[in-house]
Design a protein around this ligand. Structure first.
Ligand code: FE2
Ligand code: FE2
Length: 265
């Protein structure tokens, strides 16, 4: 069974390049499960219900988010409108599972592919160099206790490479894949860990690479050079789609292959 995980979609350039390529990738690899990190889909900051609908229309089964999940407040109503035990689109958006108790949304989604394979998608957010959250390591242990699916994909949304690598080892043999997001730069360390878990430190951004991690480069340079605040805007140039393809045994959830994909115009 093939799973496609698309890295952080950034702004209109990211949405366009993913729209251009996702169809032929899904077809060429007979992809059964599509997961897209959409935390930057709306101009780089958050996700709107309308853009979520667009990504579901493109074939996404589950959307993950991250630290930008609340940037567009209308997403909260969209998520809240879906009951916890349903499979509506609003329920198929996940936010980090280790946020403070009582926040909207869910950190885990459990569904079934068209061919009848049960799967779960879990999202975690790192603690290092990020806003305060609960410890993702103990949080994921608690989440896994409630999951019966064998095919489990974890989006580890974190800044520090060390924390993401550590999470890979922590979950090796217990989940199908641990894929990093958030830093927007694809890493070349994709591998199958000894216990059968596919791992990559960061899938990379699907967005404009003539930028500073998606933002118009002149605006970021101005901030670095002057220290003055300024409004960040999404760049447009040199869009690339970054995604990772994981092959696993649907009966056991063990991964057998992991492949990076980077496609431009
Ligand atoms: Fe991101
Ligand atoms: Fe992020």
């Amino acid at each position: 069974m093939n799973i496609l995980f698309v890295g952080d979609i950034f702004g209109s350039a990211g949405r366009r390049i993913v729209r251009e390529h996702i169809g032929h990738i899904r077809q060429a690899h007979a992809v059964e499960l599509v997961i897209i990190n959409a935390e930057n889909a709306a101009g780089g900051f958050g996700l709107t219900p309308q853009l979520a609908e667009e990504l579901f229309d493109l074939g996404a089964d589950v959307l993950t988010t991250g630290n930008h999940v609340w940037d567009k407040r209308e997403l909260i109503d969209y998520m809240n409108a879906a009951p916890a035990d349903c499979h509506e689109r609003g329920r198929r958006i996940v936010r980090p599972a280790n946020l403070q108790p009582g926040v909207p949304g869910w950190g885990v989604y459990e569904g079934q592919t068209q061919s009848g394979v049960d799967y779960a998608v879990v999202q975690l957010q790192g603690c290092v160099f990020m806003n305060t959250t609960n410890d993702p390591f103990h949080a994921v242990d608690a989440q896994l206790k409630g999951i019966t699916a064998k095919v489990i994909v974890v989006d580890m949304h974190a800044e520090a490479t060390s924390e993401k690598v550590a999470m890979g080892w922590h979950l090796d043999g217990r989940v199908t894949a641990v894929l990093g997001t958030h830093t927007h730069i694809p890493t070349a360390d994709e591998r199958i860990l000894p216990g059968g878990t596919a791992f990559q430190t960061d899938v990379g951004m699907s967005g404009p690479y003539d930028s500073v991690i998606g933002v118009e480069k002149d605006l970021v340079l101005h901030k670095f050079l002057t220290g003055m605040p300024g409004k960040f805007e999404a760049a447009k140039g040199n869009p690339k789609m970054c995604a990772t393809l994981v092959t696993c045994d649907p009966a056991t959830g063990r991964a057998s292959h992991i492949q990076r994909i980077m496609l431009g115009e």
